[in-house]
Design a protein around this ligand. Structure first.
Ligand code: PGA
Length: 251
């Protein structure tokens, strides 16, 4: 059976002390849960400090980055490489639509980051999803994912996490609305079948404690990438609990 994965994407939010309080509350609040992998992705500047709070304390909780650069070192002002953080993170979000939109990241660039993650034993959480105007062209998403995986060995597919996150469903975007669980599960099933992925594929976009169960009850959806609802300890803990319950993993 594939793993249940919940990723908290804190984006560029919180002060360091707020982040430490939130991480501690989540750590304590999820320690009773089993059969779930919870990955907290804070801003890069907080990673080292939060690694003290999180790493190795609660088995089901780990730390991820929101981004890495694909080169290992060099004249790349402002960037952080995989070797710089690989001792403290096991995951990195790669190719989030906000980075594509505001920082101009394209397919080739994202592909190199995926390869850099794998080179350094960091699991990339690869984000892929369509714009509102592309909503009825699921084949485009599959083609894009294939391009993002160019040069990745089939045997390495098991080291990936893929996130189907339609851009129109992200809560920070105007007029956003969550994708229906049926729609998300259909796209995810297509990804699995057409690319041959047996690794976790999660859904992202306006997921909260109220709607998580609707997604998790679909066998094809292995969890969620959670933005705004991951900034509230109580809500996020309850979201994780409901995810476990709805997959019948409580024992
Ligand atoms: P949201 O963000 O849960 O606030 O929609 C998800 C994301 O962009 O990662």
């Amino acid at each position: 059976m594939r793993r249940l994965v919940i990723v908290a994407n804190w984006k560029m939010n919180l002060t360091l002390s707020e982040a430490e309080v939130l991480a501690t509350m989540i750590r304590n609040g999820v320690s009773h849960l089993r059969h779930i992998e919870i990955i907290i992705c804070p801003p890069t500047a907080y990673l080292y400090s939060l690694s003290e709070t999180i790493s190795g304390r609660v088995e089901q909780l780990s730390l991820g980055a929101q981004n890495i650069y694909y080169e290992d070192e060099g004249a790349f002002t402002g960037e952080t490489s995989a070797p710089m953080i690989k001792k403290i993170v096991r995951y990195s979000i790669i190719g989030h639509s906000e980075r594509r939109r505001y920082l101009g990241e394209g397919i080739g660039f994202i592909n190199q980051k995926i390869i850099a993650c794998l080179r350094h034993q960091i699991t990339p959480i690869i984000c892929v999803g369509e714009l509102k105007k592309e909503r009825l062209s699921p084949q485009k998403i599959i083609t894009e994912l294939k391009e993002l995986l160019d040069g990745v060995k089939k045997s390495d597919y098991q080291k990936l996490i893929v996130c189907y996150e339609p851009v129109w469903a992200i809560s920070a975007n105007k007029n956003s609305e969550p994708a229906s669980p049926e729609y998300a599960s259909e796209i995810i099933r297509m990804m699995r079948q057409q690319i041959g992925l047996s690794t976790p594929i999660i859904y992202g976009g306006s997921v909260d404690a109220k709607n998580i169960a609707g997604y998790c009850k679909y066998g094809d959806i292995d969890g969620a990438l959670v933005g705004s609802a991951s900034l509230k300890a109580k809500e996020f803990i309850s979201l994780c609990e409901r995810a476990v319950e709805s997959k019948n993993l409580t024992s």
